[in-house]
Write a protein that binds this ligand. Structure first.
Ligand code: C2E
Ligand code: MG
Ligand code: MG
Ligand code: MG
Length: 277
């Protein structure tokens, strides 16, 4: 089985990994940028190579899974495992309000029973549906067919938070905002990286953040890698953020340690503006 991003993986290898349950869920924390509180975790799938123990990232297996239709099974496994995990973390004092974000692919939306499956999976895990964020990329929405709008509306009606992922990267971001009733947007890393850097790129990124905030939806900045990104996002009033600067995606054990120790990432420990006495 392939193990580095440069390699490829066959449909048979992926199918075998799924059948053997070699799916590992990592979780990337999302923080309240004002307080440093962990408010959500995004479930990110990896496949384990049985022979080497190495974890294979989505960039290697996602296309294969989408082409074969097996992505539906992966996403089902990820939801079941992650809902169970997050329901348990919510019993910790620092996890009481923790939400779970999951990524969906086009094939997931082909199933009109997806909302029912979501309800069943979260109910059996004991996770309320209003603690679930469903992330959709524009590539996904550009391929949406008939019935997809209904599936999304049903998910919203159940209380799930439907969010546009990688916002700003596609050429139809604004069209999707009009067509779908979304409750959140995640501003793509390609915009966040310019914040605090000066120049026309920064102005464009700032405008995008302000625009998203003006929609009255939940706004998350993703791909925060530098302290200047935090300073700029706080100044603009962007409430939530995710990125390597605060935390990379972690295994469940490492997230649990962060929650038990109530760790505030050093990057968020101090207010952006010094208190003037
Ligand atoms: P995404 O949903 O936009 O997830 C964010 C990706 O960016 C993750 O990569 C994460 O590790 C990475 N990232 C987070 N913070 C930073 C940062 O500060 N800098 C940089 N350079 N990267 C950062 P990952 O885990 O490789 O996932 C890639 C994509 O694969 C995801 O993008 C998502 O679209 C898809 N994906 C992952 N897990 C699943 C899954 O279970 N089901 C489906 N359908 N798609 C998934
Ligand atoms: Mg995502
Ligand atoms: Mg994204
Ligand atoms: Mg992405």
């Amino acid at each position: 089985m392939a193990s580095s991003a440069a390699q490829t993986i066959s449909a048979e290898q992926v199918a075998r990994a799924l059948a053997q349950g070699d799916v590992v869920v990592h979780y990337q924390p999302c923080y309240d940028l004002r307080t440093g509180e962990m408010v959500a975790v995004e479930a990110l799938a990896r496949l384990r190579n049985r022979d080497t123990g190495e974890l294979i990232p989505p960039s290697v297996f996602l296309d294969v899974l989408e082409e074969s239709g097996l992505i539906v099974h992966l996403d089902e496994m990820v939801l079941a495992a992650a809902a169970d995990q997050v329901a348990r973390w919510r019993e910790l004092p620092a996890g009481r309000r923790l939400c779970l974000a999951v990524n969906l692919s086009p094939a997931d939306l082909d199933d009109p029973l997806l909302p029912t499956r979501f309800r069943d999976a979260t109910e059996s895990a004991g996770l309320p549906l209003d603690a679930v964020i469903v992330e959709l990329t524009e590539t996904l929405l550009s391929r949406t067919g008939q019935g997809h709008e209904q599936v999304l509306a049903d998910l919203s009606a159940l209380g799930c938070n439907v969010t546009l992922d990688d916002f700003g990267t596609g050429n139809a971001s604004f069209d999707y905002l009009r067509r779908f009733d979304v409750q959140g947007v995640k501003i793509d890393r390609s915009f966040v990286q310019f914040l605090g850097g000066g120049g026309p790129h920064e102005r464009m990124s700032e405008s995008l953040v302000r625009f998203c905030l003006s929609l009255g939806v939940h706004v998350v900045a993703e791909g925060i890698e530098r302290p200047r990104h935090i300073t700029a996002l706080r100044r603009l009033g962007c409430p939530f953020g995710q990125g390597f600067l605060m935390s990379r995606p972690l295994d469940a054990e490492a997230v649990e340690t962060l929650l038990r120790d109530e760790v505030v990432p050093p990057a968020l420990a101090y207010a952006a503006d010094p208190v003037v006495l």
